[in-house]
Design a protein around this ligand. Structure first.
Ligand code: PXP
Length: 238
């Protein structure tokens, strides 16, 4: 079964726009879990412009599903996740001055850096994943780094989906199959929505988990959160 992890950064962004506590992030975290999602993803960025570090500590106590924390492995981020001990940590490059994550790691260039971070997380009993562009040649390096999973950056897929579905999915299928051969499990995320998710899951049915934020929250403006989550759950059933 493919799991749906709901990224709550957009809820925090809305709250931060007014500086108060509306919408109430903790209540939303409880609600999305009661609506059937399999997990929650939080992505504290170095400037805390969406989810704050304090949010992460607060939300921990209301998690009854799985918590995935993703982000750039700065010292502050590592301290946070080693204290909070989520079920999964996804390492993301998070370059400076980007609006949102726009690329995965190059595990060849960052091999030593990532290996050290992954080792620390694994010693703490946390499942690890690294955000990766679709490129099968990267997989042996991910193995050397020691990550349990990859999260395929699906930004390119979401753009290509409207042009040439088959061309854009091909590198994802090849990378995912190679990962499985290397006993590395596969997550996926970024720019997934109710339109493109079914095709992705149909072509790579062994994806473990998708993490979705921006479109899911935007779709919920029209459909409501519960209905939107239920719609995703139907589409990711394999
Ligand atoms: N995965 C990673 C690593 C991300 O950085 C993000 C955005 O925070 C997502 C998934 C979710 O992307 P989206 O908000 O486009 O659904």
């Amino acid at each position: 079964m493919v799991k749906l992890s709901v990224n709550l950064n957009k809820i925090a962004t809305l709250r931060n726009a007014r500086g108060g506590n509306i919408p109430n992030l903790l209540q939303v975290a409880k609600d999305v879990q009661s609506f059937g999602c399999h997990g929650i993803t939080l992505h504290p960025r170095p400037d805390e412009r969406h989810i704050t570090y304090k949010d992460v500590y607060d939300i921990r106590s209301v998690i009854v599903t799985e918590l995935n924390i993703e982000g750039r492995p700065t010292d502050k981020f590592m301290e946070l996740v080693l204290n909070v001990k989520p079920d999964q940590v996804t390492l993301v490059p998070d370059l400076d001055n980007v609006i949102t994550s726009n690329s995965g790691w190059n595990p060849i260039i960052y091999q030593d850096f990532l290996k050290k971070k992954i080792k620390k997380l694994k010693e703490s009993g946390i499942r690890t994943s690294i955000f990766l562009n679709p490129n099968p040649e990267f997989i042996p390096f991910v193995k050397k780094i020691g990550a349990d999973r990859i999260e395929l950056y699906t930004g390119y897929f979401s753009i290509g989906y409207f042009k040439k579905k088959w061309n854009c999915i091909d590198p994802y299928i090849k990378t995912a199959l190679k990962a499985i051969n290397y006993h590395i499990k596969v997550n996926a995320g970024h720019d997934l929505d109710l339109d493109n998710i079914s095709f992705l899951i149909k072509k790579i049915p062994f994806i473990e988990e998708v993490s979705i934020g921006h479109s899911l929250i935007s779709e919920a403006l029209y459909m409501g959160l519960e209905n939107t989550i239920q719609s995703y759950l139907k589409r990711i059933q394999t």
